[in-house]
Structure formats: C-alpha cells, structure tokens
Design a protein around this ligand. Sequence first.
Ligand SMILES: [Ca+2]
Ligand SMILES: [Ca+2]
Ligand SMILES: [Ca+2]
Ligand SMILES: [Ca+2]
Length: 325
Amino acid sequence: MNKIIRTWGGIVGIGCCQLAFAQVVVLQDARATYLRVNNDAALDAPAIALTSLGVAPGNVLQMEVVGDFSRQGTGGVRIDKTTAVFSSSAVLLSGTNLNRVQGAIDAGTDIATLNTWQGGLSTDIAQDFEVNPNAVPERILQIPAGSTHIFFSPFDDFFEDNVSFGYGVRFTKAVSKSIKGTCNLQEYIDPINTFVTVEIIKRGVVVESQMTPLTVGGNYTIFTLHTGPGYSVRAKGSHWLAQRIDNVTLSSGMVTLNFDLVNGDIDRDNAVTIFDYVELSTSFDKGIGENGFNANADLDGDGFVSIFDYLILSNSFDHVGDELS
Ligand SMILES: [Ca+2]
Ligand SMILES: [Ca+2]
Ligand SMILES: [Ca+2]
Ligand SMILES: [Ca+2]
C-alpha cells in the first residue's frame, strides 16, 4: 500500500560526487488516512520513518504532492489536496479515535479537516498542516524536535471510495542555496541599489518572492530553501518588463541566472503601451523634487523626464513581459 520510490538525486562537482539533493516519492493508497473515520472502510496511513527520507528533526523538509486522487470511484472529482502530521512514534490508533496519531507533534498552520461523511464526527486535530496550501504546490517546514515519523492523508470526509492516480508526496531535504547573476537594466545609468523582485515559481504559482537591491554591474544574490528541478525564476524591476527563465534546477551551492530587462513599463502593468506614454507625458520636463515628477517615468535614471526617456519607451513599445507560466 505504501511504496517508497527513491526517484533520483542530483550530483554536482567534478570528481567528488557531492550529493546535491535527494528526493523520495512516497506513493500511498488514496483510501488511507491518519484521521478519524466512521462507517468507512478506510485504510490506515502508513507511518513514514523520517530516516527513510534522509531527514531528521531540525532539518527543513520540502513536501510536494505528486499525482492526484478521485474522491469517489474512478470517475469522481480529482483533487490533490493533502494534509500531513509529524509524530514522535509510528503508532496509529484505530480509526474510531480522534487523536489517532498518538505522538502527533505540531508543525505549520493547522488545517481544519472535514467531519466524517457518516455521522458528522469531528476529525480535526490541532497538529496537522496542509501540504499544498491554497493551491501552492509546495510546503517547506522545519521538522519539529522529537519527530521520528510523518503521516499524510488525502483531504476528504469518506475514504473507502477513493481511487489513487499516482497519488503520493515527494519529500526533499531542503538546503539553503544562492541564486545569483546580473540584471541588465539596459539604458538605466546606475543600477546600484535599484530593487528588483525575484520570484521562484513552481507549476505557475509563486512559491517565494524576494525584493533585492542590485550591486555594482547589476549583480544580485538571493538565498532560498526551495530545492530540486522544475522551477521557473522571474525578475521584475519597477519600470522594467518581467523576464522569466524556465527549467531551473535548484541544487546545492549556487545557481547563476542572468536577466536582461526591457525598460519602459512606467505604470507597472508588465506591458509597454499607450498608457505608459500618457504617464511619461504627464511628467515630461520635470526633474527630481519638482511637482509632478514621476520617478518611474525617468527611464534612464538621470533625474529628469526628457526626450531620452521618450526614446527608450519608443524602442520598447508594444513589448510585453513574461507571465508566471
Ligand atoms: Ca471519498
Ligand atoms: Ca487539523
Ligand atoms: Ca505599462
Ligand atoms: Ca531621464
């Protein structure tokens, strides 16, 4: 019922074989839960030893649902909403108990689970959390002290009719790593201390967003715990179009990503249009400190909205920035 697949690990370095990240996918029968059940031939969720995932208390664990499940037979509504709970033991009491996970340890924000379909009994325990909260595909948590196991469950109120479609959770030990590179701001005179927003994206959803100042030459560095393949990273400056780089693998050490941002998005809607012209016109001939000066219309950063800014905007006209996916 519970099958552990050690999918793969990334290897970096030449001649030394330093392990960059190891991912373990645990497939689980979608009828299995650690929650209380009532008149429901549900299965017991297996206790997953943290040692089998290569992690220990204090480590940061990244969790991501793989596949999905049907809530009702093979043709039912398919979802992947999943909850999980850490425990100090492998004990799972019988399904009639509310607190079945005897050693449950609190982590993350509590997820309110549904009452049983039969009889409307409460299933909600305080210690569990959602693996994919509000459709964010990943959850990153520090493993609480005392934990030895983790249980997970489909989010449902009646389990015996569930059908798995490759359903499970991918566990990855998250380690801090840097993303660095340059943001070329094109015609902008001095990038130093100009802020850009760097977004880390998984399946079209922003899983982390950081504002970072540029240094000499437009260099930037951010640190992240997100780990593994399949990410996109997007950069956006105040009056520059967003640029997205796909198929980024976040492995240990450093990932270098260089951006070349198109200048001219004065109104920050991620497209250079007539509305940006309007903003520029409104601020035209104005300098820093003058009434009506719009710093975002000063595209070259010389402290004055002039014909040079107009030329930049003309060059970028009709360009559109990258979306999340
Ligand atoms: Ca069901
Ligand atoms: Ca709960
Ligand atoms: Ca615009
Ligand atoms: Ca200017």
